[in-house]
Design a protein around this ligand. Structure first.
Ligand SMILES: Nc1ncnc2c1ncn2[C@@H]1O[C@H](COP(=O)(O)OP(=O)(O)OP(=O)(O)O)[C@@H](O)[C@H]1O
Ligand SMILES: [Mg+2]
Ligand SMILES: [Zn+2]
Length: 413
């Protein structure tokens, strides 16, 4: 039977858990010092190791021969728990066992001493899904738990947990996985699985998964099927991501206020079957990187999780918008993203919004361009003499571009 990559590579010991060092160190210490609490809550974004750590911890506290706080993985208990042959550790999906009766049933069972292990452990996944009466029932058990009983509650939405429950738990907040760590881990797993993938594609996977290791591994697996080597093209195809080339040409058309090119490019992307939602996301990403570049220059690299376009901006500074312009585009595309997700006519929305951006642009910078081209030219002439020569020249060139694209005649001097 095929096992999904993310399950095959579930960490077996704390040392395999990446990016959660504070948490794993504390948990190991508790095992070593035998200072085990009755209830824990593991909160944090999806795919960051909550369930994995709950499994490791429940092995470690029951292991016959724990080593430096780690489960040995060799003893009967470790093996029995790994094979799910021992019933003393129970994983419950609170999403589907969320009623008060489920918890009452659990209460009866929880009173029995464990059959083989030292502790009876309940891992309640997605615990925020419990009904309020179920939470009350849980609270009752937590108030006077038998010595052998331990709860590990896991949730992505800790703010939905009643404070009465929270205050009885030792709380651990899981981070999003650090991108560098994730990049290294994906590379390692690809190597082990003999999946050929370019460095650039690994970086892109990492950037898409937003700190969820499970998502990253799922994407890696999806792409590895049917391709000998995963590069940007294969990745873009499988995930229906829009090529960077399209984003650049769309930007150019917006900048030149070239309405007909905008329509043509969108049309082409649409008929290639690309996902337009992803296109908007990529545009947002593009302008966000531009915003970073314009404000922070070289430093932007250190502050962005992932950058696709910084080198382009560095080499083509005059392709960048100014701060005000970037804000305007971002504002519009963010609005568009919210709308396009639920729209039955995505192409139309995309066209309208992009043209609207252009329209707003012409209002910001080039008011009355048609009537006042002479005045604009004169203004530019004056400004070109200023200190900031290059910058003004760029603006001047842009006027000329825009004028040309809108069939406004310009006389040579
Ligand atoms: N910190 C981590 N180190 C190494 N691998 C990880 C880590 N976090 C997640 N993974 C990978 O992702 C898979 C899923 O992780 P896990 O089930 O522990 O996430 P979770 O935090 O419980 O997510 P969810 O909230 O969606 O239940 C693991 O099997 C493993 O492959
Ligand atoms: Mg989980
Ligand atoms: Zn063991």
């Amino acid at each position: 039977m095929h096992i999904a990559l993310y399950r095959k590579f579930r960490p077996k010991q704390f040392k395999d858990v990446i990016s959660q060092n504070n948490i794993t160190t504390t948990l190991k210490n508790e095992v070593k010092l035998k200072k085990i609490a009755h209830a824990y809550i593991f909160s944090g974004p999806k795919g960051t190791g909550k369930t994995s750590c709950a499994k490791i911890f429940s092995k470690a506290i029951n292991c016959k021969n724990p080593q430096d706080g780690e489960p040995c993985l060799e003893c009967n208990v470790c093996k029995g728990l790994e094979d799910e042959a021992l019933l003393d550790v129970t994983e419950l999906d609170a999403a589907s066992n969320n009623g008060v009766n489920d918890i009452r049933f659990l209460k009866d069972e929880a009173n029995f001493v464990p059959s083989y292990c030292k502790f009876r452990v309940y891992i309640l996944d997605e615990v925020h899904m419990l009904s309020s009466s179920a939470f009350n029932a849980l609270l009752k058990i937590m108030e006077s738990p038998p010595k052998h009983l331990i709860f590990i509650l896991a949730t992505t939405d800790v703010y939905k947990i009643p404070s009465t429950v929270l205050s009885r738990c030792q709380r651990f907040d899981f981070n999003r996985i650090n991108l560098k760590d994730m990049e290294a881990k994906i590379g390692e797993i690809a190597g082990e699985e003999k999946i050929k993938i370019t460095k650039e594609a690994v970086k892109k996977i990492v950037s898409i998964s937003q700190g969820s290791m499970r998502d990253a591994l799922s994407i890696l697996e999806k792409c590895s099927i049917g391709f000998e080597k995963i590069g940007m093209k294969e990745l873009n195809d499988v995930l229906s991501i829009v090529d960077e080339g399209y984003v650049l040409s769309l930007h150019k058309a917006i900048k030149e206020l070239n309405y007909s090119n905008i329509i043509k490019i969108i049309n082409k992307i649409y008929w290639e079957g690309k996902n337009l939602e992803n296109l908007v996301l990529e545009l947002i990403n593009f302008y966000r990187e531009m915003l970073y570049y314009v404000n922070l220059k070289e430093e932007a690299k250190n502050l962005l999780e992932y950058c696709s376009y910084l080198d382009f901006f560095k080499e083509n500074e005059n392709e960048c918008f100014n701060f005000k312009e970037i804000n305007l585009v971002l504002e519009n595309f963010l609005k568009l993203y919210e709308k396009i997700k639920y729209s039955s006519n995505q192409k139309f929305l995309l066209e309208i919004f992009t043209l609207k951006v252009c329209d707003n642009f012409s209002k910001i910078n080039y008011e009355n361009i048609g009537n006042n081209i002479e005045k604009i030219k004169n203004n530019c002439k004056i400004k070109i003499k200023d200190k900031e020569k290059d910058k003004e020249k760029n603006i001047f060139n842009r006027f000329i571009d825009i004028a040309k694209n809108n069939n406004i005649e310009i006389e040579d001097e």
